[in-house]
Every structure is written in structure tokens, then in C-alpha cells.
Design a protein around this ligand. Structure first.
Ligand code: ADP
Length: 444
């Protein structure tokens, strides 16, 4: 390059020497040099004009102008750069089209928005599932189109570990699962899945369990009633029959509580029973439940400790909360050997309110903890006959807490006792209603 450059320099100098020499021959060396400089300047301006015109129309795809010498090399260099640039552009465009084709072929909807939810791009499935329209919705906030309050809360919370399920705003018969990922500068990638089939199966399962439980309830009540009468008059039977009758009565009572729990669980799952928002006095409720727990403990000599903080009113469904708290407290009794200690503590802080039920019982191996709230999951299946539990208690607790925007935390180690903590958000705390201070569960 340097060699070429010095050659061009020599050529220019030689040209100026020729014009100066020609001027000298006629006795005007300075005029000869000026004439040479003028000719060179004119030629340079003509080349610059060609370049300017070519650069002014970049889209035409025209080849760079032709020239000789230094300008020829500059034009060739620019031509090569331009060709390389066009090739890269074509390659990127082909890749982009391919990517767009593949995302359009996806059955899941994909939507890209900025941090405020302004729609930037979406694929064909998102158009179908969410009812987005390219002509009108580009640049619109997604919240104007997907208006479900749950979606607005989910979008803003920035914690997207769990997906959100909702009905399609465009096609109400479709059930969608929404999963958001953060990318770029706080932008959002929203993946929308059609889970209608799964939702219907789940619905069928829930209906089946609820219908079977309903159907079984009546015959079982009849059987239990007769068995109770027979047990009451069991002296009339031989001793062998007396034992059999007692076992039958116990088992039918177990089945009754199983059916009660199944029905409650299916009500909680469908949200059928939800909506009675009341101001619940947690202190009074915990006192009542711990009295019942003392009765359940009987002669086992469990030590109970109740520590309820000052702000003890919660907005929620009194029956559901009673059912959740009593499951936790009765479990503490069932899984704590005689003489053990059970602490029930309610306190509030900046985050919200917390009910902790702590026992000094047998504890749970941490491997079981993530699955304890599944229906019929038992950490120690050999014990459930002894405790007489239904295996549905913690599933009920989980659903009640879900209905109250709360969550369950379980801390435990084998042999070290367990602690079950219900965390309620601050918004659930309530002030006592004048007449509700003495009662539990007045409607708000
Ligand atoms: P169950 O009717 O069997 O008690 P739950 O759903 O209430 O069913 O509890 C599920 C399982 O969790 C129990 O079978 C038991 O293994 C374990 N568990 C619950 N509470 C405690 C506790 N306080 N201490 C030890 N294990 C517990």
C-alpha cells in the first residue's frame, strides 16, 4: 500500500514537473506549475463528484464509478466494501426470515415487548391465541389487549418462576399458560401456550372426585349410623363381633373424614367456596383450635404455648382459615410423641403476617418437604395408620393459603421437630371491626 501511495505521489510530482518544465520552455515556470495544479484540482473535483453521486444513491445497487490511478483504487476498494456489505445484509436477512418463519411455525405464541409492555413483535400463534392484530396493535401496551388483572400483576412482579394461567382474551374457550422471560434492557419475551386440553382433563378429574365423593357420602352416612347403633348395643353380641364392629365403625369414620376432606379440597380447587371475605380474629381462632388440640392430645401430656401478636386480624375466609390452621396444629399433635412441646406463634412485620406452628416431634426428612402438599403424599407411609390422617391435610392448607395470596414454608429435620409457617401478605392484615373484636368471621 505504501509502495502504491509513493508511486502515486511520484506520478503527481512528475506531472507537476512536466507542466512546470513546459512553462519554463516558454519562460513561464510558475504559470506552468499553477496550470498543472489547476488541471490536477479539476480532475480531483470531477472524481469527487462521481463519488458523491454514487454515495448519494446507496439503494440502487449500482457498481462504484470507474477511474484510474489513486481514485481508481479508492473506487475499487469502496466497490469491494459495498459488495461485502450487501452480501452480509443478504445473509442476515435470510437468517432473519428463517428465524421468523420458524417462530411463525411454532404452536406456542411468542411476543416481545419493552419494559412497559409496549408490543414490538409477535408471531402468528400469538395473533391467534391473544387476538393481536398487526395493523392496529403494534406499539400498543399489551395491557390494553390482555386486560385480566392477574396478567397485569404477573407482568409487573418481575418474578416469573411460576407460569400464569388465564383464559384467552380473544377466544374465551381457550386456556392459556403464560411464561415471561426478561432479556435485553428490561424487555420481556412472553411465551403463550394453549393448555386447554390439560385444563379440561384437570377439570374432569376434579369433577370426578367431587361427584364420587358426593355419591359415596349418603350410603356411608347410613352405614356409619347403623354401625354406631350396633356399637352402642354391642353387649348383645359375642366379643369377637364386638371387636369387628368397633373396627368397622372406626374405618367408616375415617372414610367419612376422607370424603369430607376430598369435598373440601375440590371446593377449594375450583374456588367455588371462595369469596366470603371477612375480618377473622386469628387470636380467638387459634385459642379455639388449641383447645381442640389439647382434647386430641388427651393423656399424652403435650405442652402447648400460644403467642399471638398485637395485630391479629386477617381479611379472609374464616372457615377455610380454620380448616388450614387446625390441620397444621392437629398434625403437630399427631406427629409429636407424648410430652412434646407445640408452639403456635402469630406475628406481623414489614412483609406481612406469619403463623408458625412448631413442634418438637419426629421431624421430616428434607427430601420429602417439596412434595408434602401433594394429595396423599406421606413422609412416612407406615405411620399413617397410627395417626389416622387422610393424607389431604397439607394439600388443603396449600389451597387455602393460595386463596389468601399466602404461602407455606416448611422447616424440618428428622428427629428435630418441624415448623410450618404460613406467610400472609401485608395487604391481608385488617383492623378489627367494632363488633368483630369479640367474634370471628364477620363479613366485610
Ligand atoms: P396426614 O393426614 O397423613 O397427616 P397431611 O397432608 O396432613 O396428611 O400431611 C402429609 C404428611 O406430612 C404426613 O403424612 C406426615 O408424614 C408429614 N407431616 C405433616 N405434619 C407433620 C409434622 N408436624 N411432623 C412430622 N411430619 C409431618
Amino acid at each position: 500500500m505504501n509502495y502504491k501511495w509513493s508511486r502515486y505521489l511520484r506520478l503527481i510530482l512528475a506531472f507537476l514537473a512536466v507542466t512546470t518544465g513546459a512553462g519554463l520552455a516558454f519562460g513561464y515556470p510558475v504559470e506552468g506549475l499553477l496550470a498543472g495544479l489547476f488541471i490536477y484540482l479539476t480532475w480531483t473535483l470531477a472524481q469527487s463528484r462521481k463519488l458523491y453521486q454514487w454515495l448519494a444513491n446507496p439503494g440502487t445497487g449500482e457498481a462504484a464509478p470507474e477511474s484510474v490511478g489513486l481514485w481508481g483504487d479508492i473506487f475499487d476498494g469502496l466497490h469491494k466494501l459495498h459488495r461485502g456489505h450487501l452480501a452480509t445484509q443478504d445473509r442476515l436477512l435470510a437468517q432473519f426470515n428463517r428465524l421468523q418463519e420458524s417462530t411463525n411455525a411454532m404452536r406456542d405464541g411468542v411476543v416481545m415487548t419493552d419494559a412497559e409492555g409496549v408490543l414490538e413483535w409477535w408471531n402468528g400463534s400469538a395473533e391467534y391465541l391473544l387476538g393481536l392484530k398487526r395493523q392496529t396493535d403494534l406499539g400498543q401496551p399489551i395491557h390494553n389487549l390482555v386486560r385480566a388483572p392477574a396478567f397485569q400483576v404477573y407482568f409487573r412482579q418481575r418474578d416469573y418462576r411460576e407460569p400464569l394461567e388465564l383464559r384467552s382474551p380473544a377466544r374465551p374457550h381457550l386456556h392459556l399458560q403464560i411464561l415471561i422471560s426478561l432479556f435485553g434492557e428490561d424487555d420481556r419475551l412472553i411465551v403463550v401456550k394453549d393448555v386447554t386440553r390439560l385444563f379440561q382433563l384437570e377439570q374432569m378429574r376434579r369433577d370426578f372426585v367431587s361427584n364420587v365423593s358426593h355419591e359415596m357420602r349418603t350410603p356411608l352416612t347410613v352405614i356409619s349410623g347403623y354401625l354406631e347403633t350396633l356399637v352402642d348395643n354391642s353387649e348383645e353380641f359375642p366379643p369377637r363381633w364386638q371387636r369387628a364392629l368397633r373396627t368397622m365403625a372406626q374405618q367408616s369414620a375415617r372414610m367419612e373424614s376422607l370424603i369430607t376432606d376430598l369435598l373440601l379440597l375440590s371446593k377449594l380447587e375450583t374456588g367455588e367456596d371462595h369469596g366470603i371475605e371477612a375480618v377473622v380474629d386469628v387470636r380467638a381462632m387459634c385459642q379455639q383450635i388449641s383447645n381442640d388440640a389439647r382434647a386430641l392430645s388427651g393423656d399424652s401430656g403435650h405442652e402447648f404455648q400460644l403467642d399471638i401478636g398485637e395485630r391479629h386480624f386477617l381479611r379472609g375466609d374464616g372457615d377455610q382459615l380454620r380448616s388450614a390452621f387446625s390441620n397444621l396444629i392437629f398434625n403437630a399433635v399427631k406427629y409429636t410423641p407424648a410430652g412434646g412441646k407445640i408452639e403456635i406463634r402469630w406475628h406481623t412485620d414489614r412483609e406481612g403476617a406469619h403463623l408458625s406452628v412448631k413442634d418438637s416431634g419426629i421431624g421430616i426428612d428434607p427430601v420429602h418437604i417439596p412434595r408434602l402438599t401433594e394429595r396423599f403424599y406421606r413422609a412416612d407411609p407406615s405411620r399413617h395408620k397410627e395417626t389416622g390422617g387422610t393424607g389431604l391435610g397439607l394439600a388443603i392448607v396449600k389451597h387455602v393459603l393460595l386463596n389468601h395470596d399466602a404461602r407455606l414454608e416448611i422447616l424440618s429435620r428428622i428427629g428435630d421437630g418441624s415448623e410450618f409457617i404460613c406467610h400472609f401478605p401485608r395487604e391481608r392484615l385488617a383492623e378489627p371491626l367494632p363488633e368483630s373484636a369479640a367474634e370471628t368471621g364477620d363479613e366485610v
